[in-house]
Design a protein around this ligand. Sequence first.
Ligand SMILES: [Zn+2]
Length: 153
Amino acid sequence: MSDANDPTTAIHCPACHERDVLATLREDVWYLGPTAWILGRECYAKCSRCGKESMFYGVTLAEVFGQTADELSAHLVGPASARAQTMAAIALLTCFLPIIGFLLARKAWRLNRNAHGLSKQTSMAALIVSIPMLISGLFALILIPVLLLLKAT
Ligand SMILES: [Zn+2]
């Protein structure tokens, strides 16, 4: 068993799928300005086997201690895979394209939504940008044939 002076605990690593592996814990605390007004806390566990950091959702560092790896696994989210990160980058580059941008962004979001980190935020941003592009693309698909028909008559 460990405490706050020795921040390690056993986890089921979401990145390498090793069970009951020792992980080093770290907590990021976000303050508003120089005052001690805490905006948020993020707690991470670095796997001693694969070295990748997973993130805890809904538990603080203090709450992690005393919980078993089974109990913690419900709160633990792994980093995005290389494929998910690549897809997020593609989605960011293509999200301005009508229709296809949305399809790629939706795929990137599906790969990244159960991960933590930059590629999740990137794929979410790409998805948000792609939605109006999807709507305008579909609108153009309907409107252009109508305009062509009107012109022909
Ligand atoms: Zn691991």
